[in-house]
Design a protein around this ligand. Structure first.
Ligand code: NDP
Length: 498
């Protein structure tokens, strides 16, 4: 055993810890996405010797795609949000007319210009992530990682060279990849990976799926002027969200000119002279330029050799972990989408932080999955925290009070946009605790982050009511919903999460 100095992240105090030097590394991380980079940096700051591997930016096979920064930075949250910003200007320009802006000349949208700006930004962030690693003393290997033993990782470089490293701990942080439904002609469709880098802006788009990605891309392409047909299997999009808010999102999508096809799916895709013909299970045929499959993602466990070394996977091939992110092999850990717990970037960051604190920081840190806010960046966006009305009823022992507010945002009174903002609070009638909050309207994610802190602190409805509003704002509605819209009896189950 040897000892090294440990620098606690962001703090000056240094502590000496015992770290085993029989291995090349104390920690080797496979996958340099949000979770992997966080875990590597924080572990290194605690004094650990850390290696990390990630594929270079370009694909090396149809199965694997990489880039330091991972899905969020390279082909997920960041480029998507840039496109959402770009698409939002379409509606803003329309709204501007009633505010006195004379937009007489023909207005053009230059897709290629936005694409180039987006690529430049991703490259900038990719370099920042690499710098964050090197500044923390983490050694980056560009190649595909694979586990070959409980303490051994093999990295295959682009030129085929295989390098082996031993590590006291191995962390799997390989994320997930888009899943394609098995529909005849499926090879004609794209996933969100390609959608973020299309050479031309499509004029006609068909989207299959009713989740985050489907709804967000429907808004992006419609905002940029495309004709969009959105197909999903359920009555409403966004299964798992509050039903009332799902209906609001569906109404807004239609209001913005998206053709919404509930209870429908695609049965065949056929190449035509003019594009792609899609056939629906209702016998409908639509010709389009692009078909996007947004039908979920699957954990990236395929090429990691995990089962051979004893790491257990679940039925969806996600890595099974305990509450500290430890797998069935004690020296191997896993965080982020590859574990299919709650597939959001900030959750992977939390899991990476807890891993580093628990394994190298001498602290007992378990990720806390309560009150995690999230947002769907449709136009306008939906954002929620805590329980939906349905979940509250299901889990409640007593009655639930539901407060709702539906109003015309002040901006729309002048622009004449016919789109209401909706807010909702779900409250435990007995304890007065606010169990859940939702909002669909401009700036919802920016507002919900603060509401999430209140819920995490256990705020009551009375405390919301005693908070002074910011006037004039939409956000002040959250502290002025005086009368309950309805009182609903709970399922009278023993209390769990209230
Ligand atoms: P989701 O799991 O959110 O939604 C998948 C959708 O595809 C559902 O509507 C599902 O329908 C439908 N579907 C699944 N299989 C089929 C099929 N064979 N035929 C037709 N429809 C099908 O997946 P996404 O791909 O939208 O997103 C993946 C993950 O990425 C999400 O879990 C989310 O965590 C994350 N993400 C987060 C974002 C954010 O935070 N803003 C943005 C984008 C992604 P049904 O409901 O009927 O099962």
């Amino acid at each position: 055993m040897a000892s090294r100095k440990m620098l606690i992240d962001g703090e000056d105090n240094q502590t000496t810890v015992n770290i085993d030097t029989h291995f090349d590394f104390d920690l080797f991380v496979i996958g340099a996405g949000s979770g992997g980079v966080r875990a590597a940096r924080f572990s290194a700051n605690f004094g650990a010797k850390v290696g990390i591997c990630e594929l270079p930016f370009h694909p090396i096979s149809s199965e694997v795609i990489g880039g330091v920064g991972g899905t969020c930075v390279i082909r997920g949250c960041v480029p998507k949000k840039i496109l959402v910003y770009g698409a939002t200007f379409g509606g803003e320009l329309e709204d501007a007319k009633n505010y006195g802006w004379e937009l007489n000349e023909k207005i053009d949208f230059n897709w290629k210009k936005l694409l180039q700006k987006k690529t430049d930004e991703i490259l900038r962030l990719n370099n920042i992530y690499k710098r964050l690693l090197s500044n923390s003393g983490v050694k980056l290997y560009e190649g595909e990682g694979k586990v070959v033993g409980p303490n051994e990782v093999q990295v295959t470089q682009i030129d085929g060279t295989k390098l082996s490293y031993t590590a006291k701990h191995i962390l799997i942080a390989t994320g997930s990849r888009a899943e394609r439904p098995n529909i005849p002609g499926q090879e004609l469709a794209i996933t969100s990976d390609e959608a973020l880098s299309l050479e031309e802006l499509p004029k006609r788009v068909v989207i299959l799926g009713g989740g985050y990605i489907a709804v967000e891309f429907a808004s992006i392409w419609r905002g940029m002027g495309a004709n969009v047909d959105l197909f999903f299997r359920k009555e409403l999009p966004l299964r798992g969200f509050d039903d009332e808010m799902r209906a609001v999102v569906a109404r807004n999508l239609e209001g913005r000119g998206i053709h919404v096809h509930p209870r429908a799916t695609l049965t065949e895709l056929v190449k035509t002279d003019g594009g792609i013909k899609v056939v629906t299970d209702h016998g409908e045929e639509i010709e389009t330029d692009v078909v996007l499959f947004a039908t979920g993602r699957t954990p990236n466990t395929k090429r990691l050799n995990l089962e051979a070394v004893g790491v257990e996977l679940d039925s969806l091939r996600a890595v099974k972990v305990d509450e500290y992110s430890r797998t069935s092999v004690p020296t191997i850990w896993a965080i982020g989408d590859v574990t299919n717990r709650m597939n959001l970037t900030p959750v992977a960051l939390m899991e990476g932080t807890c891993f580093a604190k628990s394994v190298f920081g001498g602290q007992d840190c378990k990720p806390d999955y309560n009150h995690i806010p999230c947002a769907v960046f449709s136009i306008p966006p939906l954002s929620v925290v805590g329980l939906s009305e349905e979940q509250a009823i299901e889990q409640a022992n007593g009655d639930i009070l539901v407060f709702t507010s539906s109003f015309n945002p002040m901006k729309n009174t002048i622009s004449q946009r016919q789109e209401k903002t909706i807010m909702k609070l779900v409250v435990d009638a007995e304890t007065d605790k606010v169990l859940g909050a939702s909002m669909c309207g401009p700036d919802a994610p920016e507002i919900m982050q603060g509401i999430a802190i209140a819920l995490k602190c256990g705020a009551t409805k009375a405390q919301f009511d005693s908070t002074v509003g910011i006037h004039p704002s939409a956000a002040e509605e959250f502290v002025t919903m005086r009368e309950a819209t309805r009182r609903v009896p709970g399922a009278r189950k023993p209390k769990t999460n209230l």
